[in-house]
Design a binder for this molecule. Sequence first.
Ligand code: 5RP
Length: 230
Amino acid sequence: MMIEQLKRQAAAMALTQVQPGMRLGLGTGSTARHFVDLLGEQVAAGFDCICVPTSEATARQAAGLNIPLSDLDTLDRLDITIDGADEIDPHLNLIKGGGGALLREKIVAAASDLMIVIADSSKLVETLGQFPLPIEVNRFGLGATRRSVAAVCASHGCAGELRLRQADAGGDYLTDGGHLILDAFFGRILQPEALSADLLNIAGVVQHGLFLNMCKKAYVAAPDGVRTLS
Ligand code: 5RP
C-alpha cells in the first residue's frame, strides 16, 4: 500500500474523534496535510469547527479549504490538536520538527486538552534519536549557542554532527518565527527529559523537537490496519 494512503487512513481515524463545535489545532507536514484535507471536506458539507494552524503552510492550506481559523490570543484552550511526528516511542514520546514547525506545534499542543498523533508505522521506534533532533535557535549569538548546544548534546551521547539546517532553495532555513534550526544526530536518546531540560537551559535555544508526555493518543497506519496507541 502506498505510504500516502496509510497517512490518509491515520488522518481519517483522527477525524472520527472530532465533534461539531470543537476548537482544533492543525498540525504541519504531509500527514497533517491529509487531516486538513479531510476536515476541509467536512467543512464544505457544513461541519462547524474553529482551528488554530501550527504553521503558515497549514494556515494557507486550511484557508484555501475555507476552514475557519483563529489563534491562541482569541482562544485560550483547544479541544484537540492533530499532528504528525517524525518518531514515536512506546511511551508516545515524540521527535517532531522535521518540517520546521516545532515551536508553533509545541505551543498549540500545550494549549490543547488532547494531542493526537497520526502517522504511518515507519515512525514507530523503540528509542528516540534515529531521526535528527531539531533544535530551534535564535540567530543572534549563533556561534556561542551552537557551541553550548554541541556540548550538551555530546554530554548526552551525541556522537554525530550538529548541522545548521539549509533551505531547499539554498541559504539558512528559517522557521515561521524567523529562527534557525540545528539538527543533532544522536542515534539514541537515552535520557530525553534530562536532554530537554539541558537544551532549554541554553539562552539562545528557543525550543527543541522532543515532545515528552504531550501525546496521549496515536493512530498509526500499517498495511494490515490502523492501530490506536494510548
Ligand atoms: C513538522 C512536523 C511533522 O509533523 C513531522 O515532520 C512529520 O511530518 P510528515 O507527516 O510529513 O512525515 O513535526 O514540523
